[in-house]
Design a binder for this molecule. Structure first.
Ligand SMILES: *[C@@H]1O[C@H](CO)[C@@H](O)[C@H](O)[C@H]1NC(C)=O
Ligand SMILES: *[C@@H]1O[C@H](CO)[C@@H](O)[C@H](O)[C@H]1NC(C)=O
Ligand SMILES: *[C@@H]1O[C@H](CO)[C@@H](O)[C@H](O)[C@H]1NC(C)=O
Ligand SMILES: *[C@@H]1O[C@H](CO)[C@@H](O)[C@H](O)[C@H]1NC(C)=O
Ligand SMILES: *[C@@H]1O[C@H](CO)[C@@H](O)[C@H](O)[C@H]1NC(C)=O
Length: 301
């Protein structure tokens, strides 16, 4: 499984690059697949993407894939804003500069939120497809998942707001996108990341961020009801709970209706793709060949 890793540029641990085989290189010159940048999620790292890399090398031989290897495992709890998004930008920007022909983003779970931060704040990015795999996009998780019990053993979903909506809580990434539907005002007041990106909390850069985000050619949202971690699972599709914990679909959400960061524009352009699959658990999304074939492969040309 490890043989695709022919080289590893990551001496300092920053970026691992999949060097294509010679034959694949020639194929790439003929077919010209765009480079792919993969950003991982909470508690995982680049080694979890072996299957995805195999699917890619089988279907699009020669694709130059960079799995960004910052903030792995426990470090992925670090807050999303500030250093974290900046750190990813530093690793990713040179890859974009090398790619005259644009790049694609595949962003998994919490990585999807990192990618949104990059796409909104980088005014000259050249990302073509933004593929968000089981990421709490509207998100903000609200559920008693195993992750929650592991990170905050003393808390359950109904009282986590006490911790999350403080300046200390906001230093932990999960609190940046924790949204308690019973305490929405507190969320808006204290979320230093998602509420800003979503445009729900006023901020002077919102217009610019929207323009930057809309440089993408398409947004692909992948998720499904058997995910088990993303709660509600519809938040992978920009749905979320109302105050009664009833799920409100994306197209009834304020952020869509008011086009707060570009979602409705993307949809009107025909560039919003929703891919919903049953029978896939959270940690299996990037390893499932059915999902790859139906929802990822065709957007990576
Ligand atoms: C793959 O991309 C990296 C990062 O942009 C670049 O340094 C490297 O030269 C590329 N490899 C090939 C074979 O194009
Ligand atoms: C929101 O923040 C303001 C200013 O810090 C504060 O006065 C207000 O009580 C906060 N509202 C909530 C619901 O926390
Ligand atoms: C808005 O953008 C400016 C210039 O890029 C930056 O210095 C500032 O920190 C940004 N504000 C927020 C709230 O991100
Ligand atoms: C929540 O449920 C209550 C009681 O059934 C109802 O009065 C209220 O309108 C509901 N709120 C929303 C946002 O649907
Ligand atoms: C892969 O995805 C298909 C389609 O949703 C699903 O039926 C199957 O259970 C998945 N397999 C795994 C191992 O997740």
């Amino acid at each position: 499984m490890e043989e695709p890793w022919i080289g590893d540029s990551s001496r300092g641990g920053a970026v691992r690059v999949l060097w294509p085989l010679l034959l694949a290189c020639l194929a790439a010159q003929v077919i010209g697949y765009k480079p792919v940048i993969v950003v991982h999620g909470l508690f995982d790292g680049s080694s979890d993407f072996v299957n995805l890399l195999r699917f890619l090398s089988q279907t699009h031989p020669g694709t130059n894939v960079s799995v960004i290897d910052l903030f792995d495992r426990a470090y992925s709890l670090q807050a999303l804003y500030g250093n974290r998004v900046e750190g990813f930008k530093e690793a990713i920007y040179p890859i974009m500069q090398n790619a005259a022909d644009c790049v694609h983003f595949i962003c998994y779970s919490q990585g999807g939120l990192v990618c949104r931060g990059i796409l909104s704040t980088l005014s000259d990015h050249n990302v073509n497809s933004f593929i968000s795999i089981s990421s709490h996009q509207r998100p903000v998780t609200y559920g008693d998942t195993d992750y929650l019990k592991y990170i905050f053993p003393q808390f359950v979903k109904s009282n986590l707001f006490h911790l999350c909506y403080t300046s200390v809580g906001q230093r932990v990434s999960i609190c940046n996108y924790w949204k308690d539907p019973h305490h929405q005002d507190m969320y808006l007041n204290s979320s230093d990341y998602l509420a800003l990106l979503d445009g729900e909390r006023p901020n002077p850069n919102a217009t610019m961020w929207k323009k930057n985000f809309l440089r993408i050619k398409r947004l692909v949202l992948i998720g499904g009801p058997d995910d088990g971690v993303i709660t509600p699972w519809q938040s992978s599709q920009f749905g979320f709970y109302d105050a009664n914990e009833t799920v409100v679909e994306m197209k009834q959400q304020d952020i869509y209706l008011r086009d707060m960061f570009g979602l409705k524009t993307l949809d009107a352009r025909g560039d919003l793709v929703q891919c919903v699959f049953p029978g896939v658990q959270h940690t299996m999304w990037h390893s499932n060949e059915t999902v790859f074939t139906a929802c990822i492969q065709k957007w990576l040309t």
